[in-house]
Design a protein around this ligand. Sequence first.
Ligand code: ADP
Ligand code: ZN
Length: 198
Amino acid sequence: MILQPRDVGWLEVICGPMFSGKTEELIRRLTRAYYARQNVQIFKPKIDDRYDDEAVVSHSEQKLPGVAVENLAQLKGALSSQVEVIGIDEVQFFDDQIVEFCEELASEGRRIVVAGLDQDYRGRPFGPMPSLLCVAEYITKLMAICVRCGNPAHRSYRLAEDPQQVLVGTDEQYEARCRRCFVEGYPSSSPSSDDHQQ
Ligand code: ADP
Ligand code: ZN
């Protein structure tokens, strides 16, 4: 059961692998807030310009107008003082200061809904996500469907050979995989082996 807060702010985190429906869920929640005549703003990091510069777009092509920002300072500059509900997509790309910022907004009585990858392409915690999950009131962990076997998938498997953590994904570069198929893709270096520990 979800307890609906009445007169306080709070933080919601939507997490999961690529293709799990995080952006769809973010759009759904913010659209409902908009219908409830609340003042809504949605942001995304500029790094993610896969589909549309100024809109948040899901893999299923659902869209919501948004503001693309280079960093947290720009986000703060673009934030309206009237805003009641704030959405942030691809929040894993912000640095750790985003955590304190979300806490501040919630303490001011606003509702913040953030969506992001909880694990990187090796199954390691991604950026500020562990801390955000820790301080949030509400957490939703979604799964995609493993493209190899059809099981629920909680990892994003990178098809391209590239060791950098941030490699902005197209549908061709990543696929959703379950635990077993993810490990089978890395026969000599599973995410539990030493070289993958942070
Ligand atoms: P995320 O933000 O988590 O990457 P999106 O909300 O952008 O996910 O897209 C989710 C949509 O992606 C699904 O509703 C479905 O239409 C599509 N999709 C493509 N591949 C898969 C997959 N392997 N598992 C589930 N959904 C998929
Ligand atoms: Zn699988």
